[in-house]
Design a binder for this molecule. Structure first.
Ligand SMILES: [Zn+2]
Length: 133
């Protein structure tokens, strides 16, 4: 993996790690799941689905919000093609992390992915409409 993409992927996952450290969720759903079943204390410990929303955050958004250092990502792409991630345009705008997040409407327990999926924005844009919930 080329150095620039490694930095981008590490920055995105590192940011998600930070979110989870600040507000630790009770449950850890995979980045692609639409629902997560938990034992709900408010519903007499019955198995209850908690709806998860896709969160889609580009590296550029984090740089703009000063949640990661932008200077680390001042690179241009031609010789930084990343085969594994398929990231050819290495601008911060072209790299995003996807994860899932949600809260039980009955008991308020929270779920958030611990491991996100780093994607090329062109290959995997944000979900829209019904599937995005
Ligand atoms: Zn619940």
């Amino acid at each position: 993996m080329a150095a620039a993409e490694t930095r981008a992927a590490e920055a995105l996952q590192g940011w998600l790690d930070g979110q989870n450290a600040l507000q630790p969720p009770l449950y850890d759903p995979p980045w692609f799941a639409g629902r997560y079943r938990h034992t709900c204390p408010v519903r007499a410990d019955r198995s209850t689905a908690l709806d998860l929303k896709e969160r889609y955050v580009t590296l550029q958004e984090l740089i703009d919000r000063e949640e990661v250092d932008g200077w680390e990502f001042d690179y241009s792409g031609a010789d930084e093609v990343d085969v594994e991630l398929g990231i050819e345009d290495t601008s911060p705008r072209s790299v995003a992390i996807i994860y899932r997040e949600g809260r039980c409407k009955f008991c308020g327990q929270e779920a958030r992915s611990s491991v996100g999926k780093v994607v090329n924005v062109a290959d995997r844009p944000p979900l829209e409409g019904r599937v995005a919930r």
